[in-house]
Design a protein around this ligand. Structure first.
Ligand code: ATP
Ligand code: MG
Ligand code: MG
Length: 548
């Protein structure tokens, strides 16, 4: 199950090892702990871990926790759990916040070299001075402060003498650079906020563009893989590495982030769905989070295969979410035992079947894999079938049950519908059928054929169950910024119904996965399943029109 196909990042790594630029490669997965991981992160995780693995290198998990405002230890724990669940083990666990002192020292070095200065302009003024793509920026009036003054002010920033936003530390690069990121970017800002790791020790925090290259260099990362929006930041990344005189020189490589149809994939938006109660937490099975996919019933194997197959490129693209579904279907087709479940029950009385008799019928757990064995299912005078498998006045070519018609009950007998019982409003509430003992499944009966096969469960022994059926949470594709994605929420994303499963399902454990005959693949919900009520989440339908 190892990746084999090549991609441009592997080519770079291969080349670097061949020319002896590195003896061993080191990659990292660097999440900010401000939310749960989603399927997009899985792409980055699979890429970083499998790249290092293929070249006998190492991968670290590093929390990029330089912004105290949005970070939380709950997220740290969930991220660790999700990476491991996906099947990866990091070499080292790091926190960027552990390097705050070292980053501070490097900033002092920049000041001493005349490469950084304390600036009193407000954020808005800095934006105004920066200029545009067609117009050079204007130098800050504080740009030429002396090294002594800068050292003194930076020290006082750290000591907490100034309020949030009053001063920043900026790199002194080039206000006329065609790359806006190089026009004296901010390196440090003042923020009087408590940090999940360092508490109140710091009130100045490094900006991403300054912190990230240093984190990579401190850890000896050789290939720092990030998404395309950082391509324009690479000159700044390299500037920080060079001017801070770090011992090791990591190389930034960009690839296109994963986008999926009918899916929002920014932590900010996902958090909004959680905070506004649109979903039942970060692990709601409708969420594209790893925790949500796990709870829905996805396997790590399916997610890893998906991540490999979508490939690594630089060009922007949107992947059809049906491709993800393809891989879970394929995985579960091999692994999930078959069983019968009735989602919308209609009672059938088999009038010629002896009262009080129960017989056990043999059923295979997977017709494609005899090694998965057989099970015994009870059959007696009363059973449930799907409401949809009966029509009083069927159209042509309807081969399921209707008055006078005979169908096969999967693993059991042929039954014929003789009488339809209705309530006072005319709704069908029960069918009276007869069975033919000659037609028992596995008996080799060839006397006559029927066109329809339907599934059923024994009414007396059936186990009540709740089924949750899902549709995409987001209608259509994610649109441009103006329209709120909250307007695109599918009001029918969740349907909850009550039905029955085979009695042997009493033994099912949390997170067990099954193929319910004709209904698709289902997972035993790990949170809402109770001793006397199993809750099943539908993972995916049996078939899709999608081809890869
Ligand atoms: P979001 O916009 O969802 O908050 P982020 O990039 O800010 O994502 P980080 O925690 O910084 O989230 O991401 C950790 C790593 O995962 C980064 O290297 C980032 O590039 C990568 N990553 C995040 N989203 C995707 C995606 N959709 N496809 C591929 N990689 C991604
Ligand atoms: Mg980020
Ligand atoms: Mg983000």
């Amino acid at each position: 199950n190892k990746p084999t196909s090549s991609n441009f990042i592997k080519n770079i790594v291969h080349q670097d090892l061949q020319v002896g630029k590195h003896k061993e490669i080191v990659t990292r997965f660097p999440p900010e702990p401000n939310g749960y991981l989603h399927i997009g992160h899985a792409k980055s995780i699979v890429l970083n871990f499998e790249l290092a693995d293929e070249f006998n290198g190492k991968t670290n998990l590093r929390f990029d926790d330089t912004n105290p405002a949005k970070e939380d230890t709950e997220y740290v724990e969930s991220i660790k759990e999700d990476v491991q669940w996906l099947g990866f083990q990091w070499e080292n666990l790091y926190f960027a916040s552990d390097y705050f002192e070292e980053m501070y020292q490097r900033a002092m070095l920049l000041i001493k070299k005349g490469k950084a200065y304390v600036c009193d302009l407000s954020a808005e003024e800095i934006r105004g001075y920066r200029g545009t793509l067609t117009e050079a920026g204007k130098e800050s009036p504080y740009r030429n402060r002396s090294v002594e003054e800068n050292l003194d002010l930076f020290d006082r920033m750290r000591k907490g003498e100034f309020k949030d936003g009053e001063k920043v530390l900026r790199a002194k690069i080039d206000m006329a650079s065609p790359n806006l990121n190089m026009r004296d970017p901010v390196l440090y800002r003042i923020l009087h906020a408590s940090h999940h790791n360092t508490g109140d020790k710091w009130c100045i925090y490094p900006m991403y563009d300054y912190a990230h290259p240093l984190e990579d260099a401190i850890e000896g990362v050789t290939h720092s893989i990030c998404t395309m929006e950082f391509e324009d930041h690479r000159p700044l990344y390299d500037w920080v590495i060079q001017e801070c005189e770090t011992e090791s020189q990591p190389q930034q490589i960009e690839f296109a982030r994963l986008n999926l149809t009918n899916t929002v994939m920014s932590k900010r938006k996902l958090k909004q769905l959680v905070d506004e109660g649109v979903v039942d937490g970060w692990d709601d099975p409708r969420m594209p989070t790893i925790a949500g996919l796990r709870r829905k019933g996805y396997t790590p194997e399916a997610i890893r295969r998906f991540c490999r197959e979508i490939g690594v490129a630089k060009s922007h693209s949107v992947v059809d979410v049906q491709m993800l579904e393809h891989f879970i279907r394929e995985d579960l087709n091999a692994k999930a035992p078959r069983t019968m479940a009735i989602l919308k029950p209609l009672k059938v009385v088999i009038t010629n079947y002896p009262e009080d008799q129960v017989e056990m019928l043999e059923a295979e757990n997977n017709p494609d894999d005899p090694a998965m064995g057989n099970r015994q299912i009870p059959f007696s005078r009363e059973i449930y079938i799907e409401e949809e498998d009966f029509m009083e006045n069927p159209p042509k070519k309807y081969f399921r049950l209707f008055p006078g018609n005979e169908v096969r009950l999967k693993h059991a007998y042929f039954i014929k519908c003789n009488e339809v019982i209705k309530d006072e409003k005319g709704k069908v509430i029960e069918l009276h059928c007869t069975y033919d003992p000659e037609t028992k499944s596995g008996s080799g009966f060839t006397g006559r054929k029927v066109k329809g096969t339907i599934h059923w469960v024994d009414a007396k022994n059936a186990v009540p169950a709740t089924f949750r059926l899902y549709e995409p949470l987001i209608l259509e594709e994610e649109q441009e910024e103006e329209k709120s994605f909250l307007d695109q929420i599918n009001p029918n994303s969740l349907e909850v119904i009550e039905g029955f499963v085979e009695p042997n399902m009493k033994k099912a454990e949390l997170q067990d996965k099954f193929q319910f005959f004709r209904h698709g693949y289902f997972n035993v919900d790990p949170k809402d399943t109770k001793e006397n009520k199993i809750v099943f989440n539908r993972i995916v339908l049996l078939k899709s029109s999608f081809k890869i």
